[in-house]
Design a protein around this ligand. Structure first.
Ligand code: EPU
Length: 433
C-alpha cells in the first residue's frame, strides 16, 4: 500500500477505545521552554507527531540534547545553546510554525536569532507581525533578510504589550521572551488556551513569575530558570476528532485521557447536534443519541469558545444533519479547504464571505462562512488532504460514506494524530490495501 494513501470502505458504526496523550500544541512549546535553562528538563506522556519529532531533531542542532528516556518520556538538556547558522538547523526548521518561538531562548542565551520561513498548514496567510511587534516592544532589533527574520538584543526588557488579537503564538512568544527579561511585562488581550496555561505552569515551575488575570499576563522577569518535570495536558483537539467520528458513523468511541474541562464549548455543541457523551474517571465516551443528527450554527473563536480546530470534523456531522447549518470561522480566513472534497462526496457546503452571527475581523471578506445543507448521503470518492484537521474530516466522511474513498496526502495527518492508522484499525475502520 502507498504510504501516503488511505482507502476506507465506509458505512458501518465505528466503535472502540483510543487514547490521547500530551497535546501537540503544548508539548512542542514546552520543549522550547526547556531551552531557557541549562538544567535538565523532563517531559512525560509526549505524543509522537511531526512537531515533537521536529523539536527532537532541532534541539541537538542547537547544541542541546533531547533523548527519549522511556516510551513517552523525554529529557532535554541545553547546557549550551549555540547559534542557528548550521545545516542541520536549516534543514528541519522550516517544517513547522513552532521555530518562531525559539526567539525567546535564543535571544536570552545568544543575543540573536535568525528564523527562516516557517512551515505549518496552509489555512490563511499566517503572518508573524504580532510576534515582531511584541519583540520590538521588548527591545529586540528586527531585520527582515533574504534568509529569514533576524532578531537581536543584548538584553530584553519588560514592557506593556497589547496584542491586536489574542493570538496563541504571539502570546507564547511574549511569555517565553519576557520571562527572563529585565523588569515587568504586562501582556493584555492575550490568548488563554489550555495549552498556553500549561506552558505558563511549566515556566512557573522553572522559577518564572507569571500571573494571569482576565486575559492579562503579568510577567516579572527573573534572572535565571531551573529545570522541570512535567506531564502536559491531553490533546483536546484530537479528542474532538474521535468524538465526531463516533457520531458520524453512529458508533461509540471511548477516548481515554480526555479532559472535559478543556472541551466545554465542544461538548455543548456536540449535544446540540445530537451527540451524547459520558464523562468517566479516565476519559469520555462519545456516541450518537438518536438515529438522526440535528442542525446547529457554530462560530469559531479563541478559547474558551468553540475552537477553530474542531470545526472541520464537525462540518461532517452537519453535512449529515437534515436542514441548514452554518459555521462562521473567525480565527483563520481560509480554513474551509475541506469543503470542496466533501461536496464531491455528496455534501452541500456553500462558502460565503458574509459574517454570520457577529461581524468578525474578516469584515465580510474572505470565504470564511460555510452554509451547509445537510441530510443527503455521502459516497466514496478520490480526495486529497488539504491540511491537518481537514484531513481528519475526510477520514470521518469516508467512514460514514457509502462505498470506498481514496484519501491522498495522508502524511499531513501525522502532524497532529499519532499512529492514526493503527488507531483506525483498532476501531475497526475498514481499510483496504
Ligand atoms: N495572526 C496574525 N499575526 C500574527 C499571529 C497570528 O495575523 O503575528 C493571526 C493568524 O493569521 C490567525 C490568527 O491570528 O488568523 C490566530 O493565529 P494564532 O497565532 O492564534 O495561531 P498559531 O499560534 O499560529 C496555534 C495552533 C493552531 C491553532 C491556532 C488557534 C500551534 C502550533 N498551532 O496556531 O493549531 O489552530 O493556534 O488556536 O500551536 C492545528 O493544530 O491544526 C493548528 C493549526
Amino acid at each position: 500500500m502507498d504510504n501516503d494513501i488511505l482507502k476506507i470502505k465506509g458505512g458501518k458504526p465505528i466503535q472502540g477505545t483510543v487514547s490521547v496523550h500530551g497535546a501537540k500544541n503544548a508539548v512542542s512549546k514546552i520543549m522550547v521552554a526547556a531551552l531557557l535553562t541549562e538544567e535538565p528538563c523532563v517531559l512525560h506522556n509526549v505524543s509522537w507527531v511531526v512537531d515533537t519529532d521536529l523539536m527532537m531533531n532541532l534541539i541537538p542542532s542547537l547544541g542541546g540534547t533531547a533523548e527519549k528516556i522511556g516510551g513517552r518520556d523525554v529529557r532535554i538538556t541545553a547546557k549550551t545553546l549555540h547559534g542557528m547558522d548550521n545545516q542541520k538547523f536549516q534543514e528541519v526548521v522550516g517544517k513547522s510554525r513552532v521555530p518562531i518561538l525559539l526567539c525567546g531562548p535564543l535571544l536570552a542565551r545568544h543575543g540573536q536569532a535568525l528564523i527562516p520561513a516557517l512551515g505549518g498548514c496552509v489555512i490563511g496567510d499566517r503572518p508573524v507581525d504580532f510576534h515582531i511587534a511584541a519583540l520590538k516592544k521588548l527591545g529586540a532589533k528586527v531585520e527582515e533578510r533574504s534568509d529569514g527574520i533576524y532578531f537581536s538584543a543584548k538584553k530584553l526588557h519588560g514592557a506593556p504589550i497589547r496584542l491586536e488579537y489574542p493570538s496563541v503564538g504571539a502570546t507564547e512568544q511574549v511569555l517565553l521572551s519576557a520571562t527572563t527579561a529585565d523588569g515587568i511585562t504586562e501582556l493584555s488581550n492575550a490568548a488563554i488556551e489550555p495549552e498556553i496555561l500549561d506552558l505558563v505552569e511549566v515556566l512557573n515551575k522553572m522559577g518564572a513569575d507569571i500571573t494571569l488575570n482576565d486575559r492579562i499576563y503579568t510577567i516579572k522577569g527573573v534572572k535565571s530558570l531551573r529545570g522541570f518535570d512535567h506531564t502536559p495536558i491531553p490533546d483536546r483537539l484530537e479528542v474532538a476528532s474521535w468524538a465526531c467520528l463516533s457520531a458520524a458513523t453512529n458508533g461509540k468511541i471511548f477516548v481515554e485521557n480526555a479532559n472535559p474541562e478543556h472541551l466545554r464549548a465542544f461538548l455543548e455543541k456536540f449535544e446540540e447536534v445530537g451527540g451524547e457523551f459520558r464523562i468517566l474517571d479516565n476519559g469520555i465516551s462519545f456516541w450518537r443519541a438518536g438515529s438522526k443528527l440535528k442542525t446547529t450554527n457554530i462560530e469559531t473563536d479563541v478559547y474558551p469558545e468553540f475552537a477553530t480546530d474542531w470545526q472541520q470534523p464537525f462540518t461532517v456531522l452537519l453535512t449529515l444533519a437534515r436542514g441548514e447549518s452554518h459555521i462562521h470561522e473567525t480565527v483563520y480566513e481560509n480554513r474551509f479547504g475541506h469543503a470542496n472534497s466533501l461536496n464531491k462526496m455528496g455534501a452541500s457546503i456553500n462558502l460565503i464571505k458574509e459574517c454570520r452571527g457577529t461581524l468578525c475581523r474578516f469584515n465580510n471578506e474572505h470565504f470564511h462562512t460555510a452554509i451547509i445543507n445537510g441530510g443527503g448521503k455521502l459516497h466514496g470518492e478520490d480526495i486529497e488532504v488539504p491540511d491537518l484537521r481537514g484531513g481528519f474530516s475526510y477520514v470521518i466522511a469516508a467512514a460514514a460514506a457509502d462505498g470506498i474513498s481514496t484519501i491522498r496526502n495522508i502524511k499531513l495527518l501525522k502532524r497532529g494524530y499519532e499512529d492514526f492508522v493503527p488507531k483506525l484499525q483498532t476501531l475497526g475502520v475498514d481499510m483496504i490495501s
